[in-house]
Every structure is written in C-alpha cells, then in structure tokens.
Design a binder for this molecule. Sequence first.
Ligand SMILES: [Zn+2]
Length: 381
Amino acid sequence: MKINHSKIKETNRKRIIKLLLEENEITKLDISRELDISITTVSTNINELKEEAIVEDVRSVESTGGRKAIAIRIDENCRYSMGVALTPKHIKISLVNLKKKIVESMRVRHNNEGMENIINLIKENIEQMLKEKNISTDKLLGIGFSIPGIVDSDTGVIKYCYFLGIKSFDLKQHFEYLNTPIYVDNEANLSAFYEFLDKKHVQDNLLYVSITDGLGLGIVINGKIYRGNNNASGEMGHMKIEIDGKQCKCGSRGCLEGYVSKNALVEGYNEAAKIKILDIDDFEQKYLSKDDLAIGILHKYLKNLALGISNLIMILDPNSVIIGGDINDLLKDNMDDLRKFIYKDNLFTNESNCNIKVADFTESYLLGAAMLPIEEFLEIK
Ligand SMILES: [Zn+2]
C-alpha cells in the first residue's frame, strides 16, 4: 500500500510539472480540471514545488469560474541540464534550462593526447560554465555525455572507442565528484533520441544515421532506444559491403564506414585528383563549383550510403530515417537521388511508408545528451 501511495504522489507531481511546462500560466483550478486531480492534491503539490523554488505565483487572472485567481507558472531557470559531447577533435558543452532552451554553449578543441588531458579539459570547462552562470550543482538535474563509441549506459563505462584510443574506460566515475546524476551514451543513440523527442507524435520507430568521422546508427523502437544485448547495436559502419575491400579502422576490411564516412569523400577525391584537398569543406567547395570529379565521387558515395540504408529498412521497417552529422548540406542537395537509390530495389516498402530526411541540426547528439537528465526528471515510471 505504502509503495503505491508514494508512486501515485510521484506521478501526480510529474504530471503537474509537465502541464506547467506546456502552459505559460495556469491556475490551480485549471490544473485540477485538466489533470483530473483533486484541488487539495494540486494545492499540496504546488506548495511543495514553491518551497523547492520550481514554481512561482504570477498575478491575478480571471479563472474559468469568473472569480479572481492567482496564476502560477514554472520558473524555467529553476533547474538546468548539461550535455557534453566528446568528438575525435572537440569537446562541446551545452547548458539547457528546464524548458529545454539553450542557455549557454561552447566548444573547445582537444589534441587527443590521452584521456587524462581530455577529462581535465572537460572538468575545467564544466566548472567554468557553471560558475559564469552562477549555477550550483543542486540546481543541475544531471550531465549527459555523448561518446562516439560503444558505451554501457547502465554503468557509464566506455567499452570501446577507437577515435579516442580507449577500451573499458569508466567515464562516469570521473565526474561523480560533482554530485549530480551522470549519464553516458553513444552519439548516434542520443541523436536518435533527440529526434524522437522533437517529433514524438509522428515517429516512434526511427533510425538515425550519423555521418561524421565514422558512421553510426541510433535505433528507436516504440519510443525506446534499442541498445542490443551487449550495448553494441547500430554498428552500421562495420556492416561489410565488399569482401576484401578497403581497410577499416576497426581492423577489418570492406566495412561500410570506409565508403560512407565524410572522410571517404575526401580520400576518394584525393585518390583521383592531381591537386589534393584538405578536408570536407574543400570537398564541398569543389562540389558547389560543379567540379566533375567531386560530383562523380558524391554520386558513388550516395549509392553506397543508399545500399546501407536500404538494407536497414529491409530489416527494421521504420517510419523514419533521419540522416545527420557533418555533411547535411551536401545531402540536402541530393535527397531525390538518395531516395531513388534507396527504394530502387526495395519491393517491400516505399517513400509513403518510410520518410527519409536530413536532420535540421548538426549536433542532435549534444542536445540529446542534455535531454537525458530532463527526461529522467519528468519520466513517469
Ligand atoms: Zn570496420
């Protein structure tokens, strides 16, 4: 009985907070009507939330009954959440408030000289951001970390990340001194999670194909991140597309990543060109200036990407595939071709069943990481 009682109490509290986040200002009476919770219970909860400085009175408004009533609203800056993304070259940090608005963002380059240096750099920057914004850790709902590798999200251990040259690295342990919940997850999982939260009503079975230095995949099935039995789901980059093909960073050969990461475009260009290019920005410039070689290489690239995505659709039958990462503009320019290649030999589904699009954000993973503590705060269990 006791357990049920506290569960009901917790559920009521979370439902009230969720409603307050949706509404700008609302009276207790309207909360009671909207959620079908007694006015006494609403009052008790509101008083508690006021004590915790989560909600505040605003002004008198005409209530639906015609009497004057005090409206209340949530103080969106009463709690914060932080996302930290570790990429092969950068540390990116975003601070968001309870309404998921970005309050502060920063990025800093790291020289990838060992995890100790990287951890210290992250600590320094987290502490500095909190200090500058005058936020104590008791106002922080938690920190979510995005990692471009295989992560055990239950323990916060990075199991394997070849970009950072680490195996079995306990990331969570390094940040426990901050006394705030720490979440660690894979980059593509977090991008998929963010896209799902952004458009919950239309897509609950979605794939997020993440094209960066590597090629990752986040899978959301029925609104939940699918991690697999061993936290190793979504290793799309290491699906083999050519026997004895290109050497891959994982040690194997013929992995899709070798043909479809952003570096594949640069490498492909440099293998055939007389004058070499430096990076993906150079490639994009060549493409925009209608360089025949760049156009041909992108065409071949799109066919390989389509092959990978088409195979995934055959297995998982999602309602959306979102592609995002570092080459969004190149892809946006070529979506008709990409869709055509994906569905060309697929007799089982088509564009009207599964929508394929390019992500609106380039850093969904960072926002996804920042959303983890907020979702945990609001989740009714
Ligand atoms: Zn591989």
